[in-house]
Design a protein around this ligand. Structure first.
Ligand code: ADP
Ligand code: MG
Length: 274
């Protein structure tokens, strides 16, 4: 939600000085300062802070507030399919994942370096969870991120290609190529039309040329989904670009969705019931 556009600054003379300060802060859209004014003033009195310490504290509350609003906004714009954090991921359940590699990815240096990340493995092992969690980390660090499932991308791509107005194609292409980090979830085998194959290739090529990172997840080996790009030479060219700068995480464990069932089974075995 954008801030109210202010055409004139009418500062009222009514009320106490504090009320006037608060209403001016609201008028200027300085909500972080307004909401922390009481605390910061109290702290300054207690600590007998200098004026500059007081102002610094107040201003830094505004920075923190604005930053948290930015993060909220960018998370909304990323359109993640759900909200996932790295802290919620139980690494002990998935020993095939090297925690150090994920920790390194969480630093988001791979985004600075324009590297891709591939999460491969059967359903339920946490590929989408880790992708979204890395997307959130990227946003925290100031990189724009955008999430698409391949299904959705194909649906939107087909629509945009059939729409006579080029603006819808351009908008979709920009949404896929502008963000520093793109997440393409659930890459699978699809028989794409020639135009759609070309469209998908153009996305990969543009992101490669601009050194922008893409996280891809799939439960298929990548030679099984290269037909996405249609013609085989184009598919090779797309894969070459994806794989040139890449971190591949192969997850080989059990689905987390059956975790509870597995735990129950272990209890039954331990108690000797079967
Ligand atoms: P995939 O994308 O590999 O099919 P998901 O990431 O969708 O799997 O995981 C399925 C569900 O299980 C999600 O709700 C996810 O948050 C959860 N999950 C998967 N692995 C773990 C894990 N190791 N620790 C905590 N939750 C997990
Ligand atoms: Mg998934």
């Amino acid at each position: 939600m954008g801030r109210k556009k202010i055409n004139h600054f009418f500062v009222s003379n009514n009320g106490s000085p504090k009320e006037r300060v608060l209403s001016t802060l609201h008028l200027l859209g300085l909500e972080g300062m307004a909401s922390s004014l009481d605390n910061v003033a109290e702290k300054a009195i207690k600590k007998q802070s200098t004026f500059f310490d007081f102002i610094e504290d107040l201003v830094s509350n505004e920075t923190i507030y604005k930053e948290s609003k930015r993060i909220e906004r960018w998370i909304r714009l990323a359109k993640f399919s759900s909200s996932k954090q790295l802290e919620e991921f139980d690494f002990s359940f998935q020993p095939s994942i090297d925690k150090k590699v994920i920790r390194e990815l969480a630093s988001c240096r791979f985004v600075d370096d324009g590297k891709n990340v591939l999460f491969l493995g059967p359903p339920g092992v946490g590929k989408t969870h880790l992708s979204i969690a890395l997307g959130m980390e990227a946003i925290n660090k100031g990189h724009e991120a955008r999430f698409f499932t391949l299904d959705k991308l194909i649906e939107l791509g087909e629509k945009a290609l059939h729409n006579a107005a080029s603006s819808s194609y351009n908008r979709l292409f920009a949404a896929l190529t502008n963000p520093k980090l793109l997440i393409l979830d659930d890459i699978d085998f699809y028989e794409t039309s020639k135009d759609l194959g070309m469209f998908l290739f153009q996305i990969i090529k543009e992101r490669y040329d601009k050194k922008r990172s893409t996280i891809l997840t799939s439960n298929k080996k990548f030679d099984e989904w290269k037909d996405l790009f249609g013609e085989s030479r184009r598919a090779e060219a797309a894969l070459d670009r994806i794989l040139e700068r890449v971190v591949i995480i192969n997850i080989t464990g059990d689905s987390y969705r059956i975790k509870d069932r597995l735990a129950k089974l272990k209890n039954v075995v331990a108690s000797g019931s079967i």
